[in-house]
Design a protein around this ligand. Structure first.
Ligand SMILES: [Zn+2]
Ligand SMILES: [Zn+2]
Length: 252
């Protein structure tokens, strides 16, 4: 992807220099990639492609309850880099639960490279906003994973970001242990808009897209405030269970 590197090259040089001296995050071999993951390991990652532009589900899984045509999400566009599968799942869990910030940065760099291919139909947004973390989780971890991803993407793509536009109510429950159906049935909106600004194209940033319930709740608040063009960007997309979900080619 030479022209992507041209476009992102200057912005990513600092990340590149940070990672180039480190062994591959996955195989421990010498590597020289901006993501910190060597070429062969990158080729083995479960990249997602040929997906529905609205919900991010690959077309071959876009059936039944996973067909968004019958129940479209509130946001307008969704793009993720990977299937939430080995080893992405393990890297994201390390990033979120064990403080392995290098894993998060590596995956954010991969996502930035993918997003650098933005087409005229899907131009880059004017503002990036992370899905807010619950106060409890923020205290526990000391950071909001989505905010770190947003910060890395913003720097790589030369776009502004803010965590001040939308916030989580202090009473927000931890939704991690809820089932997909429980999330879909939960109609309470745990988020509130902290301030407003002129309508523009916003990208909501998250680590993993599962039921879309959280992103829909954030998007609902934004749309009610007059933001009409909303994208959802995430490191990974969970796919329907019990289906072969690996795709090692970005052209698949
Ligand atoms: Zn490797
Ligand atoms: Zn769809």
């Amino acid at each position: 992807m030479p022209f992507v590197f041209t476009r992102l090259g200057l912005m990513m040089r600092r990340d590149f220099l940070t990672f180039i001296a480190r062994p591959c995050l996955l195989c421990d071999q010498k590597q020289n990639h901006a993501s910190g993951i060597c070429g062969p390991c990158q080729n083995d990652l479960p990249w997602l492609a040929r997906a529905c532009p609205r919900c991010g589900i690959p077309w071959r899984h876009h059936t039944g309850a996973y067909n968004c045509f019958h129940n479209p999400p509130i946001f307008n566009h969704c793009q993720t880099a990977f299937a939430y599968d080995f080893p992405i799942k393990q890297l994201i869990l390390e990033f979120k639960e064990s403080g392995n910030l290098a894993a998060g940065r590596a995956l954010a760099t991969c996502l930035a490279l993918r997003l650098g291919l933005a087409s005229p139909q899907h131009p880059l947004p004017d503002l990036l906003i992370p899905v807010p973390s619950s106060w409890q989780k923020q205290r526990q971890r000391g950071y909001n994973p989505a905010a770190l991803i947003a910060k890395d993407l913003a720097r790589a793509l030369n776009r502004p970001w803010t965590s001040g536009l939308i916030k989580a109510h202090p009473t927000q429950q931890d939704r991690k242990h809820q089932s997909r159906q429980q999330r879909l049935n939960d109609v309470t909106n745990p988020f509130y808009l902290n301030r407003t600004r002129a309508p523009c194209h916003i990208a909501i940033i998250d680590d993993v897209v599962t039921s879309m319930a959280t992103a829909n709740q954030v998007a609902a608040k934004l749309k009610a405030a007059g933001y009409h063009r909303i994208s959802l960007w995430a490191l990974a997309r969970s796919l329907p269970p019990n289906t072969p979900n690996r795709s090692n080619s970005i052209d698949d």
